[in-house]
Design a protein around this ligand. Structure first.
Ligand code: SF4
Ligand code: SF4
Length: 336
């Protein structure tokens, strides 16, 4: 039909990622597509859809917006004919994924913290999200039957609106939640809501270590035992699905002994059914020109965990972006 390439991104028109200074249109945080936060404009759905349509149009006409460079989510799209290309309508704006990410306060101080690197150590909270969510429901901009809410942050235990937001989503029938927390403070509300509601709640905790010493080096707080005990409580008192994460950080936890201690903790916490590996954000995402070469032992550490998980019937994954980066790195190294 046409020689020109055309692209599509399924996130556009579906995801709202509330950040401290903008509302993003996908999960890519600071650098992804979005509209700048100016008091009041986040309640203006017309402004949001206009801004999204600009990106949808650029992709359709084969132009990759600079905010999307390097992203793995846009896909090539082919149209049967010129008519279809010109007149195909994009789906109406209906949000099925909300990311609560507008606050950056936290009660620990991880060395790899992207939040602090991007928004500054003391970045707080510029606006309240609850009135915006209420307005989105009122304007029927949320796909109530399919909504998934992800609490990122910061750490939700210091977000004043956390419980109120959670209850607002529950009140409107939302059943899918995911919460990222450092696990230092036990969230009683999780116990309460999982008892009374048929919800699918996923808690993601980055332990990144198997010993208190390494934990403290990474998190810069002395709270290893507390976190492990809180995980035990969640497993005992809630039906939340818990994933323990291990972010590989060079010269810190990138050794077999530490991974083995981590896996021992996983074994001790009998009902952990899922672990996830990642690579330090500062190495593979922060500076796109750095071209960090993944050391061979990173692959071995993940294999070590995969082997353990196969034997213990645990799901072992690697964050998609890190997986893609590792794959490309291996191909590059093999071709040299
Ligand atoms: S292509 Fe990537 S960066 Fe661009 S809108 Fe989609 S998810 Fe966001
Ligand atoms: S728990 Fe998360 S928000 Fe808190 S310091 Fe660590 S990475 Fe940053």
């Amino acid at each position: 039909m046409r020689n020109q390439k055309s692209y599509i991104c399924e996130k556009l028109g579906r995801t709202l990622n509330f950040l401290p200074d903008k509302v993003g249109f996908c999960c890519s945080a600071a650098e992804g597509t979005g509209i700048e936060y100016i008091a009041g404009n986040l309640l203006n759905i017309k402004k949001i859809t206009n801004a999204e349509n600009k990106y949808i149009k650029m992709l359709k006409f084969g132009e990759i917006p600079k905010e999307c460079f390097g992203c793995i989510d846009y896909k090539e799209k082919t149209y049967k004919n010129l008519f279809e290309f010109l007149f195909s309508k994009s789906k109406p704006f209906l949000v099925n994924e909300i990311i609560v990410n507008h606050f950056k306060q936290c009660d620990c101080n991880c060395i790899y913290c992207a939040q602090k690197i991007i928004w500054g150590k003391d970045a707080g909270q510029n606006y309240e999200l609850l009135p915006i969510i209420k307005e989105l429901y009122k304007k029927k901009a949320i796909d109530k039957n399919n909504l998934k809410v992800e609490f990122q942050g910061g750490n939700v235990s210091v977000l004043k609106e956390f419980e109120a937001l959670l209850r607002e989503f529950l009140l409107n029938g939302c059943t899918k939640f995911s919460i990222l927390t450092n696990g230092i403070k036990y969230l009683h509300v999780i116990e309460e809501i999982t008892k009374h509601n048929n919800i699918n709640l996923h808690i993601n905790i980055s332990l990144d270590s198997g010993t208190p010493e390494t934990f403290e080096k990474i998190k810069r707080v002395n709270a290893f035992e507390k976190v492990v005990n809180n995980i035990k409580e969640y497993l005992l008192k809630t039906n939340a699905m818990i994933t323990l994460k291990y972010i590989i950080i060079k010269d810190t936890n990138d050794n077999k002994t530490e991974v083995e201690s981590f896996l021992n903790i996983v074994k001790e916490l009998k009902f952990i059914k899922s672990i996830c590996f990642d690579i330090d954000y500062r190495d593979i995402m922060l500076d796109k020109n750095t071209k960090f070469k993944i050391p061979a032992h990173y692959y071995e550490l993940i294999e070590q965990a995969e082997h353990f998980c196969r034997e213990n019937n645990i799901n072992c994954t690697t964050v998609e972006y890190a997986k893609q980066y590792m794959k490309k790195n291996k191909q590059l190294q093999n071709s040299q």
